[in-house]
Write a protein that binds this ligand. Structure first.
Ligand code: NDP
Length: 281
């Protein structure tokens, strides 16, 4: 085995990345392996040194290390700094460089469906790490306006304030999720991006879907879901019933992985094979 790649997290057994990246490696006929390594927080720095000693070309980083990893890196790229998290680490010479492929992965998953972002008005639901990457991604793709809507107004405000300086000409606004406010906002939203964890749980997902008057959205609007378990969330179900275009969470997962693979190996990632590997699971 000549090329070592990995994902580190704690826990890690649930990660879908090994299945997806191994499918990519097999499809491309590469002499490489992508390993899942369970790394407790106190062993993080040591594991990064070990991966360097083993000659690893790079690795993915997942919870709970996406922020703490920075202390073990030689450089953190601007996009990862803006998103406040590193999900991909690349070996460049004898240095570890931290990157984030989530934002561009989301953008690719939307644009591959022929849904434009540039000049459009977006609403992002949630104010956690995924919402931050999503809002930033929409801004770098040229969205005219991104409204961050969370159940707690202070969280939405804080995220909007933190992101705005990195978002160029995109207007970043904050809102609280309540049906009256959402009806007004969604009537002027071209792209709704569900980036909260609510839709992972059936009851919370249905409650959130009730608070989002998707029927008020313009006819040519699109709804993007980041949660991929379940595959068809309450929000996606309502958007589909309304006849809107939809993008499920597997799209971002595939494309953030594809961008990482492209960074590590300089290859064109086999998107279809990666997606099939996830859909088979
Ligand atoms: P965080 O825990 O950082 O944030 C979760 C957010 O969801 C918070 O803003 C939280 O609000 C909000 N939330 C939780 N429950 C509800 C609810 N019932 N109603 C409204 N808002 C709610 O998680 P992440 O941001 O890291 O991840 C969010 C989701 O995105 C996860 O389910 C994850 O699987 C998915 N994801 C998908 C990716 C992909 O590639 N497709 C990539 C990354 C994440 P509060 O602060 O008030 O608790």
């Amino acid at each position: 085995m000549s090329t070592l790649l990995a994902v580190i997290g704690h826990p890690i057994a649930h990660s879908l990345s090994p299945r997806m990246q191994t499918a990519a490696i097999d499809t491309l006929g590469l002499d490489a392996a992508y390993l899942a390594i369970d790394v407790a927080p106190e062993r993080l720095a040591r594991t990064v040194r070990d991966l360097a000693r083993l000659g690893a070309r790079g690795f993915n980083v997942t919870l709970p290390h996406k922020e703490a990893i920075v202390a073990s890196l030689d450089e953190v790229e601007g996009e990862a700094r803006a998103i406040g998290a590193v999900n991909t680490v690349v070996r460049e010479g004898d240095r570890w460089v931290g990157a984030n492929t989530d934002a561009r992965g989301l953008v690719r998953s939307i644009e591959e469906q022929g849904i434009p972002i540039a000049g459009r008005r977006a609403t992002v639901i949630g104010a956690g790490g995924a919402a931050r990457a999503a809002a930033y991604g929409l801004a770098i793709a040229g969205a005219a306006k991104v409204t961050i809507a969370a159940r707690r107004r202070d969280r939405a405000d804080a995220l909007a304030r933190a992101l705005a300086p990195a978002c160029g000409t995109t207007t970043i606004a904050a809102a609280v999720i309540d049906p009256v406010r959402m009806r007004r906002d969604l009537a002027h939203t071209d792209l709704l991006v569900q980036a909260s964890s609510a839709t992972m749980r059936a009851e919370d997902g249905e409650e959130l879907a009730r608070a989002l008057p998707i029927d008020a959205m313009p006819e040519d609007a699109a709804v993007v879901e980041l949660v991929y378990r379940p595959r068809r969330t309450a929000v996606l179900a309502i958007a589909e019933a309304r006849g809107l275009r939809t993008v499920g969470g597997l799209g971002m997962l595939v494309h953030q992985g594809a961008l990482a693979l492209e960074r590590w190996l300089g290859v064109q990632a086999p998107i279809a094979a990666m997606r099939s590997a996830l859909e088979a699971g």
